[in-house]
Design a protein around this ligand. Structure first.
Ligand SMILES: NC(=O)c1ccc[n+]([C@@H]2O[C@H](COP(=O)([O-])OP(=O)(O)OC[C@H]3O[C@@H](n4cnc5c(N)ncnc54)[C@H](O)[C@@H]3O)[C@@H](O)[C@H]2O)c1
Ligand SMILES: *[C@@H]1O[C@H](CO)[C@@H](O)[C@H](O)[C@H]1NC(C)=O
Ligand SMILES: *[C@@H]1O[C@H](CO)[C@@H](O)[C@H](O)[C@H]1NC(C)=O
Ligand SMILES: *[C@@H]1O[C@H](CO)[C@@H](O)[C@H](O)[C@H]1NC(C)=O
Length: 328
């Protein structure tokens, strides 16, 4: 029954197929960054197909997008696991994608040290599945969401694209391997590839009417009990980690600019950060100030696999793609 519904829905999708509008496959589009990216792409307007297995993502975000863009042929959601190469190939066969933005991944540093295979499987081997499907179905543009965790803990800050990549946890290593595979493969094809090494985006949910609410505001409103600070004994000015906090809407802008500027036969690699390092404590204080609420803060021990200080130099992406962080 489910199967026939799927076929019927894809036929409907095909029959309303608007021509001339770029059709983007957003893997992990039910997730945090992916759902915001889908919203932005749909507004632009691109056509979007989200593939997600909802293991981490949230169907609520997809439902909000469906409500905002109900017109047939704008947004399609497909429930599938990227580890399932057969399903992925079927999805590529049934849809003429112009480009792929690959967000789907497991993305917790601490968890990656405890479950490395889950990370290598869901990050690295799933990237292979995507590349094979792209090759088989002649999809030529790939935007890959990588991470500054691929640099590990460099001695010199800020991180530039020339900083050597020496990841220190399975998450960073799995992402670095995916990058390497993508770059090697792109040399044998005429693919247009953009690799974005993202800095930390404080989590925020896509809410009703496309509004965004972050952990700060959720904590201030009592939706979550408070904020957690993991590690207070790092060798930094106030003992907490220093990160390059970037707003999710700025990250999404970088992806859309990368998509618009991707060139056949070229691999573009960009750090996406604000260029400013801020401590976790500073972030918490900023949350309290912005919300006017004395948010409850829980101080916990260090998270395994974590590092004291990272922030990125965004000069290259500013110069080449005219991107700047607007929010923080
Ligand atoms: N959030 C950040 O601060 C940050 C920083 C650097 C890089 N990134 C990268 O950005 C991307 C998105 O991160 P996020 O924070 O939105 O994570 P997220 O967990 O919110 O979203 C990931 C989505 O991918 C889906 N997914 C995972 N494995 C899948 C599979 N095998 N098949 C189908 N769907 C699958 C999940 O269900 C989820 O919806 C990741 O690649 C992550 O490495 C995020
Ligand atoms: C999706 O991910 C979950 C959780 O890791 C897993 O149990 C499930 O088998 C995956 N695939 C599908 C199609 O649900
Ligand atoms: C990840 O990979 C494991 C196998 O190592 C699998 O069981 C799981 O469903 C996959 N998905 C996620 C989101 O972890
Ligand atoms: C660069 O981006 C800004 C907005 O961030 C825009 O106003 C400006 O026109 C852009 N410049 C070019 C050359 O595209």
């Amino acid at each position: 029954m489910f199967f026939f519904r799927r076929i019927l829905l894809s036929l409907l999708w095909f029959s309303r197929h608007e021509t001339g509008v770029t059709h983007v496959l957003v893997t992990g589009g039910a997730g945090y960054i992916g759902s915001h990216a889908a919203l932005r792409l749909l507004k632009d307007p691109y056509r979007v197909t989200i593939v997600d297995n909802l293991s981490r993502g949230n169907m609520g975000a997809v439902k909000i997008l469906q409500k905002l863009f109900p017109e047939p042929g704008r947004l399609q959601f497909i429930y599938a696991d990227l580890g399932d190469a057969k399903s992925v190939n079927k999805i590529f066969a049934e849809n003429a994608f112009d480009a792929v933005i690959h967000f789907a991944a497991v993305a917790y540093v601490g968890e990656s040290t405890l479950e490395p295979l889950r990370y290598y499987h869901n990050i690295t081997s799933n990237t292979l599945v995507i590349l094979e499907a792209m090759a088989a179905h002649h999809v030529k543009t790939l935007i890959y969401s990588s991470t500054c965790a691929t640099y590990g803990e460099p001695l010199k800050m800020p991180i530039t694209e020339q900083t050597p990549q020496m990841p220190i946890n399975p998450y960073g290593k799995a992402k670095k391997m995916s990058e390497d595979i993508i770059i090697d493969f792109s040399k044998t094809t005429n693919m247009a590839v953009m690799i974005l090494r993202l800095e930390k985006a404080p989590r925020a949910e896509l809410r009703e009417h496309g509004r965004i609410s972050g952990a700060c505001f959720d904590a201030a409103r009592g939706i979550i009990p408070g904020l957690k600070v993991r590690g207070t004994d790092y060798k930094t000015a106030d003992g907490t980690c220093i990160r390059d906090y970037i707003d999710v809407t700025d990250l999404v802008d970088a992806h859309v600019l990368a998509l618009a500027n991707a060139k056949p036969g070229k691999v573009g690699i960009y750090n996406v950060g604000t260029g400013k390092g801020r401590s976790v404590k500073e972030f918490v204080e900023a949350c309290k100030k912005a919300t006017g609420v004395d948010i409850k803060v829980e101080y916990l021990s260090r998270r395994p696999g974590d590092y004291a200080e990272v922030y990125s130099d965004p000069t290259k992406i500013r110069r080449e793609l005219n991107w700047t962080a607007k929010v923080y």
